[in-house]
Design a protein around this ligand. Sequence first.
Ligand code: FAD
Length: 544
Amino acid sequence: MFGPDFPFAYDDFLKNPAGLGHLPPAMHGTEVAIIGAGIAGIVSAYELMKLGLRPQIYEADRIGGRMRSEPFKDGDGAFAELGAMRFPPSSTCLFHYLDKVGLQTVDFPNPLTPAAHSTLIELGGQEYYARRHTDLPVVFQDVELAWQAALDEGAHFAALQAAILARNPNAIKSIWNPLVARLDEESFYGFISKSAAFKRLGFRAREIFGQVGFGTGGWDTDYPNSILEILRVVATGAEDNHQSVVGGVERLPRRLWEHAPEGCVHWPAGTSLASLHGNTPRPGVTRIAPGADHKIAITDRYGNRNEFAAAIVTTQVWLLSARIDCAESLFDHELWMAMERSHYMQSSKTFVMVDRPFWHDTDPVSGRDVMSMTLSDRMTRGTYLMDNGAGKRGVICLSYTWNDDAMKWISLPLDERVRLMLHSLKQIYPKLNISEHIIGSPITVSWESDPNFMGAFKANLPGHYRYQRRLFSHFVQDKLPTHQRGIFLAGDDISWTAGWAEGAVTTALNAVAGTIRHLGGTSAPDNPDAINAWDTLQPVKLQD
Ligand SMILES: Cc1cc2nc3c(=O)[nH]c(=O)nc-3n(C[C@H](O)[C@H](O)[C@H](O)COP(=O)(O)OP(=O)(O)OC[C@H]3O[C@@H](n4cnc5c(N)ncnc54)[C@H](O)[C@@H]3O)c2cc1C
């Protein structure tokens, strides 16, 4: 997911045998606090450990964060991907770590992909069954063409994508920077409704596009967000060729936690994050404050206070005012404003385990699969079918929703959610008895109701570019007053492509670069880091 705001080749940087940097030997063994054991916290801790530091990870819940692969009780290995579940190959840094710990991926069953086998779109009571795009009525293809035309007309999309594929920072910036200035205050809906192509097709096309979308399903709950957010997703290939992680993506942060990298500076062979922590992260954090000698003081939920030479905070930023007593003086008011204005998508998912992937059975009358990956304008919205292989339990994500559609579920208990979802699916598949296949207990999540998250993932609203730039830039600290240095923000909220784990990983690498500098180190010779590249690549500044 190269660029477009900060077109730095993080994957090349990671692959370079010169490594990520060097620290003065006197700093080896220095403790650094990492708050949160999601993928950003684990990656930053893993890389700092390799450089000879002693990361101390604090976690309020469990390793993995929003990479949460929840096992079904007595489910014989079946699990529900409650957070991140599908990963584009353009997430090259994420795949770097997947490869490092030997995790395999397979095609994710998105709508209209071969992995889904078949897709059923149900809109306004009309059903459309398809194995591929071209099976759908012409109106769907018109909508797809209108989206491509809107992108080219309003965002020079073909040129932007070519510049990204060519990894040409100058070409990217010459297209992207003027787009930022022009489109920061435009919503996704405003962008498409003003495009000549969608105007020509009329309201119905915008409705179909909202329900069916591109790649992964309907995007109308994203309509109020800034169009820049959507352009980043499509331009970097984030919606393309999705993979899922065999055995669940939570295995990635867990394997990195246990992984003993070769060639660690300072630490003996066999050292891992798990071994440095006695196998369990430190407890959740309740207070962050300035300590003595410009250190950062961290207090955990049991009142233990420790001071660290540096700290990396990877929780959602709302938690810094709502759940953690964080000293105001550690960040300036502009940055606090950016944190408080952060906008989160809500998201709800509900899964059931089934005896077998029965959806491959053929209806003898219609000749169709008895059930398909389903997109609907009913409350369920997206229903995904996970085939775990012959002889294995299947898993159905009965419903995956965002924003208003997620809020419809939030107050409903688990059994009521499942009952309503099955009721909706019954209207779509009247001949099919899904219930007779369900075994074990269902699993559900509403991320916004979990106090350690308060939302699913960030999505900037129109006019939020300046806030996002402040958050992303925070790792470059040479111009900050001394009392605000040494604490770094990383993770999904800080990323330009929130909602995609790749951004959590790359912001973790930024925080690592900042921490190295803060402790008197440098980047490795012949492997410039994001701080070296800052002056030339930094995201465009908009005038106030
Ligand atoms: C519903 C959903 C769907 C998604 N789908 C995809 C997808 O398909 N593909 C993709 O690439 N990405 C997806 N994402 C985004 C991806 O999950 C995130 O970008 C990534 O997991 C974020 O990692 P992180 O480390 O930044 O944050 P987190 O994973 O949130 O880690 C932060 C950690 O901080 C902990 N914490 C909170 N408070 C405290 C405290 N006081 N003290 C200590 N620890 C604390 C939390 O428990 C958590 O473990 C999805 C996310 C969600 C929620």
